[in-house]
Design a protein around this ligand. Structure first.
Ligand SMILES: O=P(O)(O)OC[C@H]1O[C@H](O[C@H]2O[C@H](CO)[C@@H](O)[C@H](O)[C@H]2O)[C@H](O)[C@@H](O)[C@@H]1O
Length: 263
């Protein structure tokens, strides 16, 4: 780990109240060709369990996954806050209505699913994930980079004809949603809800950049992997996240932060 990251984490860990917000795919979990098989890297899961039991630490997942899928795949410890569907769904531990689409949005969602399903039918290996606010066209299993990119282009062109369909680009995926929300809005809401002294957000993908964009001051943005980023720091791959999380936990233990029992 780079010294500049170690120093930033040491300062971060000393704040009385911190919020650690984590993207799921490509950050806590390795990317896989079968999306339903993604699971936290075991060392990450253990570090998350440890942090979730510490006083003054709020943990959150901020993911493009639906809340339902996120709960199933990430299996977060009790008390971890959840932002799903890139900010359109939330579970902040309070009774709140789930995502409600208007009838116009329901119609647009149906059109998105039909449109992307037609595109996928023409491309071997492509498949469509149905999501609460839209759908995602996956091309990770399409042979050839160029062919996969062509399928995504086809999807973008077809979606241009659907009223109320917003586009989000990701890794080997094209998502279309009827509710325009961002991870930045999700992190801002988490910040208002938990009132931390500083926030760490880690993520690997294009949509995570909107999360990095709302960080400032003592916050830490942590990009996982390669690519342009507005994040202040970087680690190479998901398994490196465990070291980051453990460093924060160890540092807080050194400073005598109390550990509270699991609820
Ligand atoms: O915000 P995230 O938690 O990173 O979720 C983003 C999307 O992740 C999933 O797709 C990505 O991961 C899959 C499993 O590793 C991979 O097969 C796919 O190519 C990636 O794009 C998920 O399926 C999407 O719904 C999420 O929006």
């Amino acid at each position: 780990m780079e010294q500049s990251l170690i120093s930033a984490l040491e300062r971060f860990a000393e704040h009385p109240r911190i919020l650690i917000a984590l993207d799921f795919d490509g950050c806590v979990a390795e990317l896989t060709s079968v999306a339903s098989q993604a699971r936290p890297v075991p060392e990450n899961a253990r570090a998350i369990e440890t942090l979730a039991a510490l006083d003054g630490v709020e943990l959150a997942y901020v993911s493009g996954r639906s809340l339902e899928t996120l709960r199933e795949l990430a299996d977060p410890p009790a008390g971890v806050l959840l932002i799903g569907s890139h900010g359109a769904e939330k579970d902040l531990g309070e009774d709140a209505p789930g995502l409600q689409l208007s009838s116009t949005e329901e119609i647009a969602r149906g059109q998105i699913i039909d449109t992307l399903t037609e595109v996928a039918a023409d491309a071997e290996g492509a498949w469509v994930e149905h999501k609460p606010a839209g759908a995602a066209l996956h091309v990770r299993n399409v042979d050839g980079e160029e062919h996969a990119e062509h399928v995504l282009e086809h999807g973008r062109a077809a979606l241009a004809l659907v009223d109320g369909a917003y586009i989000k680009n990701g890794k080997k995926v094209l998502e279309s949603v009827v509710v325009l929300a961002t991870k930045g809005e999700g992190i801002t809401e988490l910040r208002e809800h938990t009132t931390p002294d500083a926030v760490l957000f880690a993520g690997d993908d294009v949509t995570d950049e909107q999360g990095f964009a709302v960080l400032s001051g003592e916050d830490i943005g942590l990009k996982v992997g390669e690519g342009e980023t507005a994040a202040t720091h970087r680690i190479a791959e998901p398994k490196d996240l465990a070291g980051v999380l453990r460093l924060i936990a160890d540092r807080r233990a050194d400073h005598g932060q109390e550990v509270r029992p699991h609820p």
